[in-house]
Design a binder for this molecule. Structure first.
Ligand code: ZN
Length: 305
């Protein structure tokens, strides 16, 4: 008897550990080889995009393929529309998706980013089942959580074509993009920096962000560790506002006008005294912030100075 829930939990941990190294990008071969749970190999993808490993009742993953075959898509509203396997709503895998929907079982979504390479999102929840359209709709967990706030993601908001509906969807898009990246990205960036601010060494994870050196809206703004910095909220904002810069040689620089300002202890200790410090680098050389990206970003800071 397989304990699917335990295996799923173990899988999420495995994915997290692997993602710390690979930035969340997996090769198809890796996924076909799967992961080991108590001596048993659990494959993570298979011949069909909805993958139900042997002995499972509920699929473990859904994946997109670059060769096509499924009309799956992350739309502008970042809700995943995922087509059934074949045309029979009662086909085993499709029934499994329905059960995942009913029981709120989290799945993994492997999104093909180029042939043979996938970006993993998890947990992903099926939030809608449409047998008549032969598809399910799914959202990554944070978005699903937002639906419970009654803020944005509900069925109507996703399909509302009125102007206000579209505005809401744009809002959702911005937030979900950010969250999608950050949930996958934040953990491994913070781990790389031993969960402290690279500027002030603050160690409260709830006050730490994974900041992008090159913004994630930029084509080079990939959510990889080398494009990330572990920064506390204050220093993240200060870095984004060009109040503080980091040179390609990892020196902290404070903007000139800020240095000459006179104010309380936060300004003095929190900002001014950072001038000339080295940032705290990750323990692994491979995780160091990319010097080319730092250089580009530093130019912006110098212009603002
Ligand atoms: Zn800080």
């Amino acid at each position: 008897m397989i304990n699917e829930a335990e295996i799923r939990s173990a899988l999420f941990i495995w994915l997290k550990q692997k993602s710390a190294v690979n930035g969340g990008v997996f090769t198809r071969d890796e996924l076909l080889s799967g992961f080991k749970y108590q001596g048993r190999v659990i494959t993570l993808v298979g011949p069909s995009g909805i993958w139900t490993p042997k002995g499972f009742n509920i699929p473990i993953s859904i994946s997109t393929t670059s060769s096509g075959g499924y009309d799956d898509d992350v739309g502008e509203d970042t809700i995943i529309s995922y087509r059934y396997r074949g045309n029979d709503p009662n086909q085993h895998d499709n029934v499994g998706l329905r059960e995942a929907f009913r029981a709120r079982i989290p799945l993994v979504y492997f999104q093909s980013i180029k042939p043979g390479k996938y970006f993993a999102s998890w947990p992903v929840y099926i939030v809608d089942d449409r047998p008549a359209d032969l598809l399910v709709r799914a959202v990554p967990d944070p978005v699903y959580a937002m639906a419970n706030t009654n803020l944005v993601v509900n069925e109507n908001a996703a399909y509302d074509t009125s102007e206000s509906g579209q505005n809401i969807r744009r809002y959702v898009t911005a937030l979900t993009r950010q969250r999608l990246h950050q949930t996958a990205f934040r953990e491994f960036v913070l781990d790389a920096y031993n969960r402290q601010c690279t500027m002030c060494k603050l160690r409260h994870p709830e006050l730490l962000d994974a900041a992008h050196i090159t913004p994630d809206s930029d084509p080079y703004g990939a959510p990889v560790i080398q494009n990330g910095l572990s920064l506390c909220k204050i220093h993240h904002a200060a870095y984004d506002q060009q109040i503080i810069g980091i040179s390609p040689d990892y020196d902290v620089r404070v903007r000139t006008d800020i240095l000459s300002e006179i104010d309380g202890p936060m300004l003095k200790h929190g900002l001014q005294e950072l001038e000339g410090n080295k940032i705290v680098l990750p323990s692994r050389r491979a995780d160091y912030p990319d010097q080319n990206r730092l250089a580009l970003r530093f130019e912006k800071f110098l212009k603002a100075s």
